[in-house]
Write a protein that binds this ligand. Structure first.
Ligand SMILES: C[S@@+](CC[C@H](N)C(=O)[O-])C[C@H]1O[C@@H](n2cnc3c(N)ncnc32)[C@H](O)[C@@H]1O
Length: 314
């Protein structure tokens, strides 16, 4: 497989995605999370001249990067780039007069480019405005959330999306702190959290709180749910979906959806009523998630938490 063009983002579980996703070399595939185009291009390299990839991203930087770096595929009309939220996959396909596709890939979360760019405000390691919007046209940034949400809402977000045990204390401190000075910078939130927690725990707390804010800003779990609900409609029978997730909330949502859609028996809630045999919608290809090989783990830190689940439309 061709080496990735730049260090925009090193694609994760690349071989594993490709080998599980492609069933027809003349087919149409959707990359819901184009990023630096690593997965999109690797898919195209396996397709015939008839095959296409519809590559979606909500981030203008990703759109600009792939549009300028992979124009040969765009010129051949094999790479079709769309700026949108993947939750609108059905509308995106309809706008291109495509009814069904052979495969759907989603590599969730943020790219290295987004994390490592201090202007984007995703990382607690870099100073800059605390923004975290994947789509800069969205109205609400992390800064808005920190300075306007109620203490209770902040606490709920930190708990629900960050699974942070100190969610209440941190929310209270945010509200106290913003009353004297707005929280505008990543460093403001970092110093507030450092004040509340000691030594070894601080990095974990920082990553949980930053993750929670990112999920809220970008409504990431809502988008994932809507994407999952659209899959049955957009995939041809035999078409596959491959989803890479990076934290337990995402992986749980994907797993639960695949399990529920591949069920052949619906359990009765009453003893007197027998279980019902139902027609499954999907076949789970891997019961356990696929994780990175030892080799990939040594080469790409981001692959450490990656979990790939694959299912096939029946
Ligand atoms: C982990 S990166 C994907 C990297 C890509 N697979 C590659 O090889 O370069 C995730 C990308 O998905 C995009 N993204 C995340 N959620 C999205 C959504 N709901 N709709 C569209 N794009 C989304 C992000 O902007 C980011 O560019």
């Amino acid at each position: 497989m061709e080496k990735h063009k730049t260090n925009y983002h090193k694609p994760v579980l690349l071989e594993e995605c490709i080998s599980n996703l492609i069933s027809d070399k003349d087919g149409i595939y959707v990359d819901c999370t184009m990023g630096g185009g690593g997965h999109s291009i690797a898919i195209l390299q396996q397709l015939s001249a008839k095959g296409k990839v519809i590559a979606i991203d909500r981030d203008d930087d990703a759109i600009k990067f792939v549009s300028t770096n992979f124009f040969e595929w765009i010129n051949k009309d094999q790479l079709i780039i769309v700026k949108n939220n993947f939750q609108n996959i059905s509308e995106v396909l309809a706008s291109k007069n495509i009814l069904k596709v052979n495969g759907v890939l989603a590599d969730l979360g943020v790219s290295s480019f987004q994390i490592e760019n201090q202007d984007r405000g995703f990382s607690y390691l870099l100073s800059g405005e605390i923004d975290m919007r994947m789509d800069k046209q969205d109205e609400i940034s992390a800064k808005n959330i920190l300075n306007s949400y109620s203490e209770e809402s902040l606490s709920n977000i930190f708990y629900k999306y960050g699974e942070e045990p100190m969610s209440r204390r941190i929310a209270r401190e945010v509200v106290i702190s913003r009353n004297s000075k707005p929280i505008n910078e990543t460093a403001d939130l970092v110093s507030l959290i450092k004040k509340l927690s000691s030594g070894i725990h601080v990095v974990k707390i920082l990553s949980r709180i930053f993750q929670a804010l990112r999920i809220e800003v970008n409504k990431e779990l809502d988008a994932l749910t809507k994407l999952l609900e659209s899959l049955s409609e957009v995939l041809i029978p035999g078409g596959r979906v491959a989803i890479i997730s990076y934290h337990s909330l995402e992986d749980r949502a994907v797993k639960q959806f695949f399990v529920s859609q591949s069920r052949t028996i619906e359990k009765s809630t009453h003893k007197a009523i027998p279980d019902k045999i139902v027609q499954p919608n999907f076949l789970m290809i891997n019961k356990k998630p696929i994780t990175a090989s030892v080799e990939e783990l040594t080469l790409n830190k981001k692959s450490r938490s990656a979990k790939l689940r694959v299912a096939e439309k029946i």
